[in-house]
Design a protein around this ligand. Sequence first.
Ligand code: GLC
Length: 439
Amino acid sequence: MKKLMLFALCLTFMSRFVCAAGNEIEYKYEPTPEILKAQKEFSDNGFGIFIHWGIYSMFGQGEWYLNYGPKADEYAKAAAGFYPARFDASEWVKAFKDAGARYVTFTSRHHDGFSMFGTKQSDYNIVDATPFKRDVLKELADECGKQGLKLHLYYSHIDWTRPDYPSGRTGLTTGRDSTLRDWPKYYDFMNRQLRELLANYGPIGAIWFDGWWDHDFEADKFDWQLPQQYAMIHDLQPACLIANNHHENVFPGENIQIFERDVPGENTAGYSSQDISSLPLEMCQTMNGMWGYKVVDQNYKSVAQLIHLLVKARGIGSNVLLNIGPQPSGELPAAALERLKGIGEWMSKYGETYYAASPSDFPAQTWGTSTRKGNKIYVHILSAEGTEINVPTSAKVKSARTFEDGSKVKFAKNKDKGITLYLDSIPDAIDHIVELEIE
Ligand code: GLC
């Protein structure tokens, strides 16, 4: 019956999707009430921690290391030495929660093909291939349940190790036998793994796909058969959101739009030329430069820079998924913990202006940005050069107060639009917040 439904779904496809038979088909996706509710909750939560952790962390050269030289069978030998003795899921979850994060997105399987969970679909996983033998994802999921943090799962569509993965642009030097490429087999493998992930780890807030870009759709018309996979996920966990880091305009069936390394609307990293959709937005960013643990990369952004990133993203309605690459020992880098602590202190004081806040009615300004909740606009002054702040809101402002202590802020209506705030001095706080009460 389910197969029939999927087939019917497949037949109703169009847009960019190509059905297995080669016909272009339209996917008519309507979000269910469960999805709408989960989307709202996701947006309200606003802030998540991204975890890139795998056997690649042992090499200390980031999660793409396998792509840059090693043969997959040599690389795989690291698994026999992977014993993250200091991994403690309860400490991780506590640190994320104390930072004010409301969800964690964990790399269940990255491009190197190593599964960080106990899967029956391949021995190349943390339980069967390492002396550690513990299902770290299970431990993380249990802790998330206990401490009340949502669990999202990153899942790569790419596999640089399995010969059945029809390789695209990356992972071409890992020594696989490319004559064994077998998409139906590989697709089945992924779907079985996804079924395990959705069956064995409690409620999953989102599946976060990556790797679509390994094939150039325009050039090779590669059919990832996403609609069927998306439908399967929604069928197994109706409230599980789907995100895909494909850098394209959103595909039908997706429930979150992702931006990599840029606040939506900007494109400094070159991954974000897609249109901004009406879906909940999430931008992901590293604390240093690399996603996976990289021993030479100590170039961490400061707490102030990270708070500015959070506030700027919030100002245009985007969540932030902030990455940490745990060490091979299972510990979170001290530099990352320090950032988490700083963010947590800020969130505990000013979270009211962040969580469940939406953008206000004017775009980011040279001095900063703004968020809105009900009849309040929060003016976030991030880098003012003077004491007069022009706030181009169309709303009728009744009062202005410093968020910190409630003290009144002088303001006057501008001739053309909005108001000007007159501050006593140029603010030197990371984020000086003025709360406007509007009609
Ligand atoms: C890119 C990289 C990948 C990383 C991801 C996170 O797609 O390939 O290594 O996991 O970005 O956004």
